[in-house]
Design a protein around this ligand. Sequence first.
Ligand code: TXA
Ligand code: MG
Length: 331
Amino acid sequence: MKPDSTLAAQANNVVPASEEAILRAVGLLREGRVVGLPTETVYGLAADGLNPLALARIFEVKQRPLFDPLILHFADAEAAFLLAEHVPEMARRLAARFWPGPLTLVLPKKEIVPDLATSGLPNVALRVPAHPVAQALLRAFGGPLAAPSANRFGRISPTDAHAVHLELGDAVPLILDGGPCAVGLESTVIDLSGEHPLLLRAGGIPLEEIEAITGPLQRATPVDDHPLAPGQLKHHYAPRKPLRLVNHADKIPSQPDIGWLAFGSKVQSSSFAGVMENLSPTNNLREAAANLFRALRTLDDHLRVSAIYAIPLPAHDLGLAINERLERAAH
Ligand code: TXA
Ligand code: MG
């Protein structure tokens, strides 16, 4: 099965993100409904961040457990920090450097933030996305939008509008098409609610760039039911087919039913009998990040492929965040 072409043609809830479509989205959001939204990281499933019934709809459509809190999105830092009980100096420095962009900050929440947005936690996750369509919708809506990645719970995050339709179908009345996501990995999540900054999720900003400001970051280990990082379940990003992480190309069977999620200039697709998706033939980790979820989806949907293999990428810059997702997809 081709991942999008046929289904996409029938997906009449996917529309180009024109000014008119954005106004339609605002109308739906004000009614408490959900909308598919492009961001520079991945597509989100957006709803009015201050309306508990609208938030409940997100959990319902995604089949997401209520213990997994949502990120609130804002047009700018000023609006975001209004919902924090207090804003440490480090939050202002990170925001000045990385917003708008793929960074989420967890801060103590103000009373007005619904419990459903934070799963009852005293902290709220705040982000200012850079994508022009997300910016336009946030400004037109005039309030925070809660938006988890627009996939069913535990599945691969969508990086284009048709992947949102494949994940959630007609449960979403409108999916704004803003093209493929430039970053392709979810935002980096930093918890600044405690004494020391804590990395909750490696993501679209290379860790090195953040640590240049914060100093070495402590990590919340991504284990099941960790109270600090409720969304960091081991079995996230799951393709339907088994994903096997191996340490060398020798361990990848050269068979027609094998999919290889490859990386780099040295891999030879001509000598491989299976189906290869190369994340970046030029060894570029940013390009690999942008292609990761689309390539994973392509292999997962490929009729001939029965198992997917990958070798961890170089463990620096965005390679760290990519490897973390591969490990969880393999779990
Ligand atoms: O790039 C992104 O962040 C995308 C786009 C759409 O903005 N959104 C996204 O949302 O990835 P989601 O819901 O798939 O992931 C949010 C992560 C989860 O791991 C969640 O547990 C964590 O952020 N999170 C949210 N609120 C939190 C809180 N109050 N405390 C700790 N972790 C929180
Ligand atoms: Mg997600």
